[in-house]
Design a protein around this ligand. Sequence first.
Ligand code: PRX
Length: 636
Amino acid sequence: MSYFKIDSLEQYFKHYNKSIREPRKFWGKIAEENFTWYQYWDKVVDFNMADAEVKWFVDAKVNITKNCIDRHLAKKGEKTAIIFEPNDPSEEALHISYNELYERVSKMANVLREQGISKGDRVCIYLPMIPELAVSVLACARIGAIHSVVFAGFSASAVASRINDSECKMVITSDGGYRGNKTIDLKGIIDDALENCPTVTSVLVAKRTNAEIKMKAGRDQWLAPLLDKAINNSVAEIMDAEDPLFILYTSGSTGKPKGMVHTTAGYMVYTAYTFKNVFNYEENDIFWCTADIGWITGHSYILYGPLLNGATTVIFEGIPSYPDFSRFWETIEKHKVTQFYTAPTAIRALAKENLSYVQKFPLKSLKVIGSVGEPINEEAWHWYNDHVGGKRCPVVDTWWQTETGGIMIAPLAFITPTKPTYATLPLPGIQPVLMDDKRNEIEGNQVDGSLCIKFPWPGIARTIWGDHQRYKDTYFSAFPGKYFTGDGALRDEVGYYRITGRVDDVVIVSGHNLGTAPIEDAINEHPAVAESAIVGFPHDIKGNALYGYVILKESGEYRDRDNLIKEINQHVSDHIGPIAKLDKIQFVTGLPKTRSGKIMRRILRKIAEGDYSNFGDITTLLNPEIVDEIVKGKIV
Ligand code: PRX
């Protein structure tokens, strides 16, 4: 019996039970039958959750690009691996076959080797959504270099801190990027970032916009001539199962971003398996995930998951509103997309526009539509189901995280009955539990609590780059012996899960994970600011938006508050990126604090949400009178 593909609900329960009772047999068989290995494992899994130590396929040897590319060549070398849909729809789309992908990745791998990059070196990739991005990622994996893709919307200082944290040797970037009718000066941002990055010795620059840029002698080189000279054949590095494949930064509720480390074999097995089952992938499907490869969704479900299955995956450079609001639907029609995977924030934004944008297109090719990144509200779910899926396509609401590597809780298309706003059931191998405040597991159904996972799965991140203690503290200490997700969830009467949102100080804005602490740090660097506190509040399109309470140093001096708000947001934009800008800023003379000096964010959150009922016992605050002042000054 093969476990790789689930064909019915009954089989799902069978596989699920098997995966819990005999996880080693279950994953061992999947790994053995569906991938090529240089050497098999001694043990399927070895772990100690209390110490945050997890290893899968111990001592196995493998290269993920052999599995993404080489093994497909004999039978489907001419099949399209990647469809590149450019920002401007009048520019021709590119179809890159598996053969061509092999050649392009090989050339790039050879360029990297010639430039002195070898196994274990970190390479920062800061590129727009162009084929070079996919090729660079895969070329790193080919030679065992650890890729650290940084979303090309992050500011220079955000890129610099990520480069420095993982001590990258090289940056791969482009002369610029397109975003709707704007062009972005990516190379300029990298130049600024590299003023403060001593470990970077070389920069490779892809051409995209033909913008005039400065090239620093001895450091910067154009990529194209190097590729032209490179040979189109390459040997894949033999990687240990637990060698790091990549680092991807995600915001934490405190401190600097966390460089989540994913390793080779477990991530490979898990992304391939989840892609196949959640989206019910079949041989001739055309899969389109609209995320950016700079986020985990793009890593796992634009690149690795689809390519491991020999699928055709779409890389979309543009945005949903350019040239108009029918761009997604037009593109689905153009490439006959069968599975479409996007974020609730995009669905909400498009649902606000005239229905004719979507109704113009029959969208008959679609089979499955997916959602990821934040809770999908009932209205958005129905709009998506009715107008995009034509009530025929299952909506797979997929819950997972940068840390989990792949999808954890989701309906399996055509198998699990869906329920609006519910991510439904855990995938095989995933053992979710809900915990109460006293750290007890909550049994039974119709309950809610903090969502933890009590057994390791192959895709779990293994550590935070350079800081294992932080990894342990963040994920394995709140509920000892269990992985704590940071999310709250409820379980309904049949055992379906609904994710209710973060229970920590991370706010999900337009599907982007933003830690409040780094934003507060950025605001506090403004010379007029003494202290600040950021909370999230509900927003129609973004899901959540940011509300900042700011105490000024000398309030009298800065009379032009409008200007100050602009400056504060500019600081946030410069330090983190435009995605972290605040929607509302309220100047206050104090923040509600406990006697030990801790800001009572619960109260601030309620005020920002406009809920003035039941602040709890505020008499224990150091400064209870401030609550009234803040309520009166609330920005609406
Ligand atoms: O709060 C959950 C939310 O996004 C967080 C993870 O964010 P990130 O690491 O950026 O990864 C996003 C893409 C996988 C989670 O802790 N989240 C993600 N998917 C869902 C979700 N919340 C509700 N429903 C989802 N389907």
